[in-house]
Design a protein around this ligand. Structure first.
Ligand code: PMV
Length: 321
């Protein structure tokens, strides 16, 4: 096969990945847990040809420079594994805003790893695909398996991959993503990971990660929403505390971000099963039980500064189409 198309979903991290022990290999300093987001997707086609260079178009716009280099870096790994030299044309489409804390890079590199390896004639296993996606963007490792996913740190390059801890239909959670800013973030996560260690809080966050992973994993497996909401908010707040105290400091929140935190905590205190988490952006992922999603979406839309709300259930694995 010389052409292949793959679809993958972004994911929202419940226990966050922030900081690498090896920035080139993207080996993380702690494990992480996430859920794939159904309805939001990246569709990527890779075609190997006799062209002289790789090319990339995202949402029909040609991309060169750093964006293309990152794609070629993954294609180089694929070419080496497959023993081919051919260059590739890559076209990719997202149905959600890129670069605004909705893990567009996760879906993008998961789809690229799958489409690229298939187009090169490789048949990689799920862990191998997860490792390959990880080299493009750490969180992309988690968009390869289905449903609720854990990425283990691993000891080395080949065993730092993600696997499913519960299938799509295990728990009807919905992510209501309150869009506070759809603009491209100023500091990307690649630069952010590189300075995570400059915060004096990072060591504490990392040392405590096994405890948070266990609480979150158990809450998901037992469908204990209260424990789940408390740990995801705690973990998100810890990561943002590290971001804010890094050199230079990273402040992703807008005033509407903080307003949503207050509202979500009030809603939960009044009995609604809802909790928040934020990635490297201003948008707030408000996670709730499926039957409350309509009500939560309505309430979020009423908050000043919220320009849109994307609603996503639990998503499946990356797949070839
Ligand atoms: O995969 P990256 O390099 O885009 O980093 C993702 C970092 C966070 O979204 C903030 C946390 C996470 O675990 O997804």
């Amino acid at each position: 096969m010389t052409t292949a198309t793959a679809i993958s979903h972004p994911n929202i991290a419940f226990i966050k990945y922030w900081g690498n022990r090896d920035n080139t290999l993207r080996l993380p300093v702690n494990g992480s847990i996430s859920m794939n987001l159904d309805g939001l997707f990246t569709r990527t086609t890779v075609s190997f040809s006799s062209a002289k260079t790789d090319s990339l178009a995202i949402n029909s716009t040609p991309v060169t420079g750093k964006g293309l280099e990152r794609v070629s870096y993954i294609l180089d790994i694929v070419r080496e594994k497959a023993g081919i030299q051919d260059r590739a044309d890559v076209t990719s489409e997202n149905n959600f805003p890129a670069g605004a804390g909705i893990a567009s890079s996760a879906a993008a590199f998961a789809a690229l790893a799958l489409a690229g390896s298939k187009a090169a004639g490789l048949n990689l296993s799920e862990p191998e695909l997860s490792v390959l996606a990880r080299r493009g963007s750490g969180s992309a490792s988690r968009s390869i398996p289905a449903g609720f996913v854990e990425w283990k740190m691993g000891e080395a390059e080949s065993d730092s991959y993600a696997f499913s801890i519960a299938p799509v239909d295990h728990w009807n959670l919905v992510d209501c993503v309150a869009i506070v800013s759809a603009s491209h973030k100023t500091t990307g996560s690649t630069e952010g990971h590189a300075i995570a260690g400059t915060s004096p809080l990072q060591d504490v966050r990392v040392a405590d990660a096994p405890r948070r992973l266990e609480i979150c994993r158990n809450a998901i497996l037992k469908k204990d929403f209260e424990a789940f909401a408390n740990i995801i908010e705690h973990d998100s707040d810890m990561m943002h505390s590290v971001m804010m105290t890094s050199k230079p400091p990273l402040m992703y929140w807008q005033s509407a971000t903080v307003e949503i935190f207050h509202q979500v905590r009030e809603w939960r205190a009044s009995g609604l099963p809802v909790g928040y988490t934020v990635d490297a952006g201003a948008n707030v992922h408000v996670i709730c039980l499926g039957e409350y999603a309509k009500e939560i979406e309505k309430r979020l839309r009423e908050i000043p500064g919220v320009s849109n709300v994307l609603v996503a259930g639990v998503g499946g694995a990356a797949k070839v189409v």
